[in-house]
Design a protein around this ligand. Structure first.
Ligand SMILES: Cc1cc2nc3c(=O)[nH]c(=O)nc-3n(C[C@H](O)[C@H](O)[C@H](O)COP(=O)(O)O)c2cc1C
Length: 169
């Protein structure tokens, strides 16, 4: 088996975010997110069980996915993708809006967002596969969405161990 063949799979890059039950806004970078049905429109996200965000999404029953544009800074992606809301307030230095349902959405370096109500979750080895119905979605700018490939090739970013698509080396 040649696992590098999996580098040929395409993804976007998102901030999975929610408002925790204590009122704290939390979120982390995910690439393992996709639309899974059209009617009704729904999504699935694979989020590591050890990510602070995973538990918070399951507690609140709601989440947003802010779609990074190609203008997103490595520093922003690193803050949300390598640090934990256990230790820092990731939203402190970032402009964001709060949806009618009270969920945070990043507004800088982001070209669109979707908001979902959790409809189920399943343990998949190291990750939780979280499903949600889309209750709102909006475009925020005309910039192109960042792909996972662009993140590696152009931004020269890395992927941490907790990502669903992590590969050693
Ligand atoms: C490029 C990139 C892609 C990532 N993709 C995922 C993913 O699909 N699923 C996941 O669980 N974590 C993914 N991560 C890792 C989480 O963002 C990371 O574990 C984060 O520190 C968790 O933060 P939290 O503890 O505040 O939730 C990714 C990180 C980066 C930088």
């Amino acid at each position: 088996m040649d696992l590098t063949a999996l580098f040929s799979l395409n993804y976007g890059l998102y901030v999975l975010a929610t408002r925790d039950t204590d009122g704290k806004y939390v979120g982390c970078v995910v690439n393992a997110a996709m639309q899974i049905t059209a009617e009704p429109p729904s999504m699935a996200v694979s989020s590591n069980s050890q990510n602070y965000t995973t538990g918070a999404v399951l507690r609140s029953g709601m989440f947003t996915l802010s779609v990074f544009s190609e203008q997103a800074a490595l520093k922003t992606i690193s803050t949300f993708g390598f640090r934990s809301s256990n230790d820092i307030d990731k939203f402190k230095a970032m402009p964001y809006i709060v949806t009618e349902s009270g969920m945070p959405v990043l507004t800088r370096e982001v070209c669109a967002y979707v908001e979902c109500k959790v409809t189920g979750s399943e343990d998949i080895y190291t990750h939780k596969l979280i499903r949600g119905d889309i209750i709102d979605s909006r475009r925020l700018s005309k910039e192109s969405p960042m792909t996972y490939n662009y993140y590696h090739k152009v931004v020269k970013g890395k992927t941490p161990k907790k990502a669903a698509s992590y590969q050693n080396g």
